[in-house]
Design a protein around this ligand. Structure first.
Ligand SMILES: *Cc1c(COP(=O)(O)O)cnc(C)c1O
Length: 227
């Protein structure tokens, strides 16, 4: 069972504000995705390669699948034929592999660079130095990377009740996006996505400039990892 009222409220608000709602359906059954699809939701986010490929195979083909989990290079090939946007690029090697698999599939795959903004060791992502290095490498080898399109940045705030802290982390990600746009992506009009905000902190993310929200439990209820 999905929370239809919550979906309608988010959908209407985001539509007015020009924001993209990614419904995070990890661990949730096909039926839940179909329910939201029937209401009009088209962007869905998944964290695990195998779960994503299983769902993609049977669900409607016009769904935009977002990959938002940690991605290993050797698994890119399984999602390259269909994935819409990969939010979690955290190395140049991974970017090169996505390009290679996109080329094999005669596609251009959109990606976001994942930036580490929280102070939790469990979270993934590039620090600012690594982000600058990756962007330098990309610019230097752009001609060989025509099958990836870097569309912006993604980040996760610290899991805390401290709203000031969350806001300052989101605000920093937005600043990094703006400065990277000037320094490395000035010629690339599509470099504009700021993917930040989940069920617990999406309101703060919007205040700080998010334009893509990844929301799971608010729409689908709490996840049960014990099954
Ligand atoms: C699970 C997950 C979400 C959604 O989290 P909720 O708290 O359920 O909204 C968003 N982003 C990422 C990267 C996730 O792994």
């Amino acid at each position: 069972m999905v929370n239809e009222a919550a979906w309608r409220q988010l959908h209407d608000e985001f539509k007015t504000k020009g924001l993209t709602l990614v419904a995070v359906s990890k661990t949730k059954p096909f039926e839940d995705i179909k329910e939201l699809y029937a209401l009009g939701q088209r962007d869905f986010g998944e964290n695990y390669v195998q779960e994503l490929t299983e769902k993609q195979a049977v669900l409607p083909s016009d769904i935009h699948w977002h990959f938002i989990g940690h991605l290993q290079s050797n698994k890119v090939k399984y999602i390259a034929p269909f994935v819409h946007l990969i939010h979690t690029v955290d190395s140049f090697k991974l970017l090169q592999e996505i390009n290679k698999q996109a080329l094999k599939n005669a596609r251009i795959i959109g990606v976001l660079l994942q930036v580490f903004i929280a102070d939790e060791e469990t979270k993934f992502g590039l620090d600012e130095k690594e982000l600058a290095d990756l962007s330098d490498n990309y610019l230097a080898q752009k001609e060989q990377l025509k099958n990836v399109r870097i569309c912006g940045l993604m980040g996760m705030a610290t899991n805390t009740e401290d709203e000031q802290k969350i806001r300052s982390e989101f605000s920093r990600l937005h600043e990094i996006l703006e400065s990277l746009k000037r320094s490395h992506f000035a010629e690339e009009a599509h470099f504009s996505i700021c993917s930040m905000g989940m069920s617990s902190d999406y309101k703060l993310a919007i205040i700080e400039g998010s334009n893509m929200l990844r929301i799971g439990s608010l729409l689908f209820g709490k996840r049960d990892y014990t099954q």
